[in-house]
Design a binder for this molecule. Structure first.
Ligand code: GLN
Length: 500
């Protein structure tokens, strides 16, 4: 394994700034590793070798000309295939968008390009971000680099696998109900969902607009914060974008101190039905936080038990409306025998272009929004959503941040839950309450479960626009575990089938 692919984004940025390595060398090192090993992991849907090398060379020539560059200029990144990048295929893991070349950059991509970050390619995902395992991709399933027979989480499983397999130090995911935090947890890396409205959704293909949020993945909390800083900020092209200063997440990630902080662990997100090895690691992190001088106590979020039912009404309802645009007329696939009416073309295109889970969500959403059922389902779910958010607001009167395990279990076997939607949905139990409330939350690795030696994540939840607080806690937990383990959790990853 090339030394360059072992480095964090921060370490790479230091070497790049010092001129001891070029962006082209760094990019080539990562492309070589992808070429050698992505056959096993299958994290990428599209590798943009030419585009990446072109971007890298541009950074190198700007550096030579002594132009001012951002800290992450020349550092490679993998991008979830749900964000548009001009002239690079964007499929959202769906056959319905196969062959579509977006005519514009999403704001996230524009921000990455302005920072000189090198985009290596587009990563695999559950179709339209619906799922928790990346098995709903219409193309193939991505494997977990810790154990190639296990899922890498979802829906951003291609992005989590790419970072945990050392194909890129950074990647981008999107999180509607947990799709950054859960894949981060099960692949042993860091992932953050910013405050809703903190990162622009312009050019992020919509699943559930009131919940969707793009965010960073990395192997360290500091790297994650550095990428967060680049992605975030006000964008007039997104009406829900927040016009406020971005919290200083980078400074917070470096504080490494939680003395005097008040931390609440969530009563309802723990205990019966949760994997014992996950609970063991979680309980140890409570003790760790106490030993670092934080005040830790139990907090109840009584309505959080309804989060799953609420989310699985609201998200499909919004999806059924958002996905109406895929009609065979505007983008991608069009099934037309030349003899059909517009309606028949739409039907046939959707029948062929959408997968099973997407169809299921459209059906649920259309039903929940239909006139006879709207009040009983959608409107009721919105009321419960308000109660869940209120519980969180009340909790933050007592504590600075909340914590829980990120996922009830570690990574499960490929194929195990794919025909059991309820079992799949249960993976989101802990990640849904902050999603419904629009507040920031992240996952940091806290060790391996006793039973299966697979990674466990700690979820840290902060109040609206206080994203810096979760980075402060995450950075402190990471620093203390790093000295205990003599390295990061990801350094314990078994090599991919013996390759080094
Ligand atoms: N697993 C959840 C779902 O299937 C969340 C997905 C996401 O956050 N994009 O809807």
């Amino acid at each position: 394994m090339s030394d360059l692919t072992k480095l964090s984004a921060f370490e790479l940025s230091q070497q790049l700034q010092a001129g001891s390595v070029s962006a082209e060398e760094v990019t080539n090192a990562h492309l070589d590793r992808i070429e050698e090993l992505d056959k096993k992991v299958q994290s990428f849907l599209h590798i943009d070798k030419t585009g990446a090398l072109k971007q890298a060379k541009e950074v190198d020539s700007k550096r030579k000309e002594k132009q001012k560059l951002s800290k992450l200029a020349g550092v490679p990144l993998a991008l979830k295939d749900v964000l548009t990048q001009k002239d690079v295929p964007t499929t959202c893991g769906s056959k319905i968008l196969e062959g579509w070349l977006p005519p514009y950059d999403s704001t996230v991509v524009k921000n990455l390009k302005n920072a000189g970050i090198v985009i290596l390619g587009k990563t695999n995902m559950d179709e339209f971000a619906m799922g928790s395992s990346t098995e709903n991709s219409a193309y193939f399933s991505t494997k977990n680099p810790w154990d190639l027979t296990k899922i890498p989480g979802g829906s951003s499983g291609g992005s989590s696998a790419a970072v945990s397999a050392f194909f890129a130090p950074l990647s981008i995911g999107t999180d509607t109900g947990g799709s950054i935090r859960q894949p981060a947890a099960v692949t042993g890396i860091v992932g953050a969902k910013p405050t809703y409205g903190g990162v622009s959704r312009y050019g992020l293909v919509a699943f559930a607009s009131s919940l969707d949020q793009a965010g960073p993945f990395a192997r360290t909390v500091l790297d994650c914060a550095m990428l967060h800083e680049v992605m975030a900020g006000h964008d007039p092209k997104d009406s829900t974008s927040i016009n406020q200063r971005v919290p200083d997440v980078v400074a917070a990630a470096q504080m490494q101190d939680v003395k005097g902080m008040k931390i609440g662990y969530i009563k309802e997100l723990n205990g019966k039905g949760w994997q014992p090895g996950v609970i063991n690691r979680f309980n140890e992190s409570i003790e760790l936080l106490k030993s670092m001088g934080a005040e830790v106590k139990e907090i109840s979020l009584p309505h959080s038990i309804y989060a799953l039912a609420t989310y699985y009404l609201i998200a499909p309802s919004e999806a059924s409306s958002n996905l109406a645009r895929f009609d065979g007329m505007r983008y991608g696939l069009r099934v037309d025998d030349g003899n059909s009416s517009a309606e028949e073309v739409m039907n046939k295109t959707r029948e062929k272009g959408f997968g099973k889970e997407v169809k299921r969500r459209i059906m649920i959403g259309t039903y929940a929004l239909s006139s006879g059922y709207y009040d009983a389902y959608y409107a009721q779910a919105q009321k419960v959503r308000a109660l869940i958010a209120q519980d969180l607001t009340d909790a933050f009167k007592e504590v600075d941040v909340l914590i829980s395990p990120t996922s009830p279990t570690t990574a499960w076997g490929l194929g195990e839950r794919v025909n059991d939607p309820m079992a799949m949905y249960l993976a989101d139990l802990a990640t849904l309450p902050p999603s419904l409330a629009g507040i920031p939350a992240m996952s940091v690795p806290i060790g391996l479960a006793d039973e299966d030696k697979l990674p466990v994540g700690l979820q840290i939840i902060a109040p609206f626009m206080q994203d810096d607080r979760m980075y402060r806690v995450g950075g402190a937990v990471e620093a203390s575990l790093k000295s205990k383990w003599n390295g990061l959790l990801i350094d314990q990853i078994p090599t991919l089938g013996g390759a080094s």
